[in-house]
Design a protein around this ligand. Structure first.
Ligand SMILES: [Zn+2]
Length: 287
């Protein structure tokens, strides 16, 4: 997959790499063309105390990276994104009100829920799949992905949350994820996992609410926890500001259909409202 293809852009005389990243000359070209979707997909609406975030909403790759050397089948799997997470995020924002910020590109480009300096921020091996287009990236190519995708996503959240704080609005930082039912050959029993960073009050309220349903297997800091460095977003935008926060992971075989997603939006929405009320946050505060 080292073959490099070149594709003329609309501008006619400009030619940009459309193959694998890594060469110094490619890092100098923009990662995202002007006709590609913006990194930040902000769905803003008035409403309650929740700010909904989704770092792994999409499996889209920038055209400049081609297919990262992967077969199309690999790009539909969970290694590229969290199936169902975007639909839950938008569903909850629509039901409960409040803004949603979704990231428009695959986590294989750069994982927006990681410190960018960590090795797995731009993963070279996801579960058992090597990512050819991420091998041997130089510092310029890595920095380009940070600058083009990671930084603007978090800057948009900073701006939104700081504006809410300045306006005296309460904010609960809620991130939506989905996890694969079998990881490295091991089946995962949980239907949903609740994860926090540094401070557990909102997560504990969510655990209490969800565990009243005896049919649900609810994981506490499962299938991941802050010890696995999966808490970047809730730490930066929640804990570091002293804001209540929760990372919600739903097993992705449970959110494959629109009907299933709607059921989880109901279930999670009820738990979020109950938890906000338990912490004294107004669920119906309007602009
Ligand atoms: Zn995720």
């Amino acid at each position: 997959m080292s073959q490099r293809r070149y594709q003329a852009r609309r501008s006619g005389d400009r030619v940009m790499a459309d193959g694998l990243a890594g060469a110094a000359d490619e890092a100098a070209a923009p990662l995202l063309a002007s006709d590609e979707p913006p990194v930040v997909d902000l769905q803003d609406s008035a409403g309650g105390p929740f700010v909904f975030l989704c770092e792994h909403a999409s499996n889209r790759l920038p055209k400049a990276l081609g297919d990262l050397g992967l077969p199309a089948e690999a790009l539909t799997r969970h290694i590229a994104w969290d199936p169902g997470a975007a639909a839950m995020t938008l569903g909850l924002a629509a039901r409960l009100g409040g803004p949603a910020i979704l990231q428009s590109y695959s986590r294989l480009v750069i994982d927006c829920n990681r410190e960018p300096g960590l090795p797995d921020a731009i993963t070279t091996l996801s579960e058992d799949t090597a990512i050819p287009g991420n091998q041997d990236l130089g510092p310029d190519a890595r920095q380009q992905r940070v600058d083009a995708i990671w930084a603007p996503f978090h800057a948009a959240i900073d701006e939104l949350v700081e504006a809410r704080i300045a306006a005296g609005k309460p904010s609960v930082i809620v991130t939506l994820h989905s996890f694969t039912s079998v990881y490295r050959g091991v089946s995962r029993p949980w239907h949903v996992g609740i994860i926090s960073s540094g401070e557990r009050s909102f997560a504990e309220a969510m655990l209490s609410a969800l565990r009243r349903d005896p049919a649900l297997v609810v994981g506490d800091d499962e299938p991941y926890s802050a010890r696995d460095n999966v808490d970047y977003t809730i730490r930066r935008h929640g804990f570091d500001r002293g804001l209540p926060h929760v990372m919600i992971e739903v097993r992705n075989d449970l959110v494959e259909s629109a009907t299933d997603v709607a059921a989880w939006v109901e279930r999670l929405g009820d738990a979020l409202l109950e938890s906000a009320a338990a912490l004294g946050l107004s669920p119906a505060q309007e602009d």
